[in-house]
Design a protein around this ligand. Structure first.
Ligand SMILES: Nc1ncnc2c1ncn2[C@@H]1O[C@H](COP(=O)(O)OP(=O)(O)O)[C@@H](O)[C@H]1O
Ligand SMILES: [Mg+2]
Length: 309
């Protein structure tokens, strides 16, 4: 597959001398959904803002469909759209005006049919005459997506599209992303949710401290990192858990809590069977919760592995 985006040796140092991007090299393929995964402050926004020409980077080159994003800024800009992390909209304007105006800013000729279809696709058509300030948070987010798509970009960046929104809205956003991708738009999104990267993207880059730690196909990465644990709360504290049980499942015991660690991609694990076995051995279960490795834990693991190799 062809690259739609090629980033070579990009560095960014902010004026306060924070090195936000440390020699970034990355290629994005035409047609993919790509996730930039990393904790707060990793440099995700700086990277996509550098690509979109919102932030000036210090050195390196960024090419979008072959166009240098500085020397051929206008051409590069035509191809890209960005939904920023901060929600900012002209709240007194109507949805319709807002989107058509955005399109005009890119020097594109009027195309009411395109904007109509876009608003319909984003379930905003019946709100086209509403003022932005009258819309719900979810609708405002969709208006931002419509704005980013007003000039028909081939490559769309979404900066933390689902940070601090509820589950329903998150699902809705995921559906939109998939729909756009199906219609031929290449998508790069930033997230600090590993589930989001897993759910949506075919490839993931992990970024930390301005550096790309690794780039991999999502399923390979998740398999490697998909450690989960289940914490079982017993009704009573146990001093000496049945050793067969303990060894069979490698259970850690702490007062009335048992912890079982497993990998979500192992299919020979039968949790129901284990829970039954615990009860059959005379331990009553009060409750249990499952926990997935947090991104921080994953980083620690990766950095350790990185040092070993
Ligand atoms: N405008 C700015 N001026 C100075 N430092 C900044 C600015 N924007 C971001 N930074 C710093 O650069 C680093 C990367 O930030 P950012 O790209 O926003 O990370 P992310 O989007 O992954 O949370 C952080 O240390 C942040 O504090
Ligand atoms: Mg950010």
């Amino acid at each position: 597959m062809k690259n739609i985006l090629e980033i070579t040796d990009v560095n960014k140092i902010y004026r306060n001398s924070i090195k936000a991007l440390d020699n970034i090299n990355l290629n994005i393929k035409e047609g993919e959904i790509f996730s930039l995964l990393g904790p707060n402050g990793a440099g995700k926004s700086t990277l996509i803002n550098s690509i979109c020409g919102v932030v000036n980077f210090n050195s390196g080159t960024i090419k979008i469909k072959g166009y240098d994003n500085i020397k051929e800024y206008r051409k590069a800009r035509q191809i890209t759209g960005i939904v920023p992390q901060e929600l900012y909209l002209e709240s007194f304007e109507t949805v319709w005006k807002n989107i058509n105006y955005s399109r005009g800013l890119f020097g594109k000729p009027k195309n009411h049919k395109y904007v109509e279809d876009l608003l319909k696709m984003l379930s905003l058509w019946d709100k086209k005459d509403s003022k932005i300030k009258e819309l719900s948070g979810g609708m405002k987010r969709r208006v931002l997506i419509a704005k980013a798509l007003s000039h028909q970009p081939k490559l769309l960046f979404l900066d933390e599209p689902t940070a601090s929104i509820d589950v329903e809205l998150r699902k809705e956003t995921w559906d939109i992303v998939r729909k756009l991708n199906k219609n031929g738009t290449t998508i790069v999104l930033t997230t600090h949710y590993i589930e989001e990267a897993e759910e949506l993207s075919s490839r993931v880059a992990i970024i930390n401290d301005g550096k790309i730690i690794l780039v991999n196909e999502t399923d390979k990465l998740i398999k490697k990192l998909g450690e989960k644990s289940i914490r079982i709360e017993l009704k009573k504290e146990t001093n000496n858990l049945n050793s067969n049980l303990k060894n069979k499942y490698n259970l850690e015991v702490n007062k009335n809590f048992l912890t079982f660690k497993y990998n979500i991609k192992e299919d020979n694990i039968n949790l129901t069977e284990m829970l039954n076995e615990i009860e059959n051995n005379g331990y009553q279960i009060k409750d249990f919760i499952t926990e997935q490795s947090s991104l921080e834990e994953i980083f620690i693991k990766l950095i350790k592995e990185d040092k070993k190799s």
